[in-house]
Design a protein around this ligand. Structure first.
Ligand code: ADP
Length: 355
């Protein structure tokens, strides 16, 4: 199917804020563009304003200030049923007395498609979600994952410009959830429909998304591809929410960070550095040169299968750091050992520079 101009925006929130009648402000000053045909996730801890943002795209909540446009048209005051969007929740609203095919045909029939067209849409949608043999079953005769696929097929049968998904996999067990993540990504790719997906799960967002908007406290922290967010976090919140990291705060001048009596080389200015545990090399004796090279003592280790996590204390009142090594490099290092650790200056991301 046609994906169209990838730079075109299918959804645009401009300076949107939402304060509920009880005085609770859920979203503040949010400006966000979602491109045509992308799998876009709203990610952040519970209560950060993700669902409110999604509901404003759907038209179920009206912004207190700001505007919402879908496919280039102002929709700020347009009710949900007149928007080219469909919303899927964790609790599915399948009609229990209708078959799978009838559930999928429901929207197209209301939109007065001809019988032949409805048949084609239903058959295309069943193929898309890989349920071709299940047309005549009732929802109760399907597994949780299959019911999810029917809900997605039913929503896509309405040919929305944007499909909105509010934690749709939240109720599934982990194995099914992982399966459904792959299925959803495939369905999104094959349908070419823009998906906006809400999740609080960083791994899920990384697995599934083309781009992610990370939110906290009703505000946007950062937008980018998963690898951009992980490798170039813009804020301390982004660095710590998206995986493990060591944060060392201090004063930076002349590419040197000073934190109490500890100093290390940095690649730029800032007020803190974020150093991923896997970016630190560690051995009893390091043989290759590093911009930063310290003695440390191992205080603790946790075996994690493919890798091992160590807590180390940099000798002479340096910081406590977490170091992660592949299991095959970790053998022979035990709590109490004196080790050498090292990292290149550009392996750490500097935070708080000029923001
Ligand atoms: P998320 O989806 O990230 O968990 P929500 O958008 O659901 O966050 O909620 C953001 C904030 O707005 C929370 O503090 C929540 O309690 C509040 N909130 C959500 N819905 C309502 C409502 N209908 N009335 C009042 N406050 C609400």
């Amino acid at each position: 199917m046609v994906v169209g101009d990838p730079t075109a925006l299918d959804a645009l929130l401009t300076d949107v804020s939402k304060t509920y009648p009880n005085g609770e402000t859920a979203v503040t000053g949010l400006t966000l563009g979602i491109r045509r045909g992308e799998f876009f996730s709203l990610l952040g801890p519970s209560g950060c304003g993700k669902s409110t943002t999604l509901r404003m795209l759907a038209g179920l909540e009206r912004p207190t200030t700001g505007t919402v446009a879908i496919a280039g048209k102002d929709m700020t005051r347009v009710p949900p049923n007149q928007r080219p969007t469909n919303l899927i929740f964790q609790k599915l609203a399948l009609f229990p007395h209708l078959t799978v095919a009838e559930n999928i045909a429901f929207g197209p029939k209301i939109r007065r498609m001809s019988r032949a067209e409805v048949r084609t849409v239903v058959s295309d949608m069943l193929d898309l979600v890989e349920l071709a043999g299940y047309a005549d079953r009732k929802p109760a005769q399907l597994s949780g994952g299959q019911q999810q696929r029917v809900a997605i097929a039913r929503a896509l049968a309405n040919q929305p410009t944007v499909l909105l998904l509010d934690e749709p996999l939240g109720a599934l067990d982990l194995r099914l959830r992982v399966q459904m993540q792959r299925a959803l990504k495939k369905i999104q790719h094959e349908s070419g429909t823009t998906f906006v997906f809400v999740t609080h799960d960083q791994t899920e967002a990384f697995t599934i998304s083309d781009r992610i908007a990370l939110m906290s406290g009703g505000r946007l922290e950062q937008v980018g591809r998963p690898d951009e967010l992980y490798n170039r976090p813009a804020t301390e919140f982004a660095a710590t929410f998206l995986g493990d990291t060591n944060i060392v705060r201090g004063e930076v001048s002349d590419s040197t960070l000073r934190s109490g009596g500890f100093t290390c080389r940095t690649a730029g200015p800032g007020t803190a550095m974020s150093l991923r545990p896997e970016a630190i090399a560690m051995r009893h004796q390091l043989t290759s040169p590093f911009d930063n090279h310290f003695s440390a003592r191992v205080t603790d280790l946790t075996f994690q299968g493919a890798s091992v996590r160590f807590h180390v204390a940099v000798v002479d009142a340096g910081p406590e750091l977490v170091v992660q090594l592949p299991a095959k490099e970790a053998g022979g290092i035990a709590p109490g050992d004196r080790v050498e650790i090292g990292w290149q200056a550009d392996a750490a991301v500097m935070l708080g520079s000029g923001k």
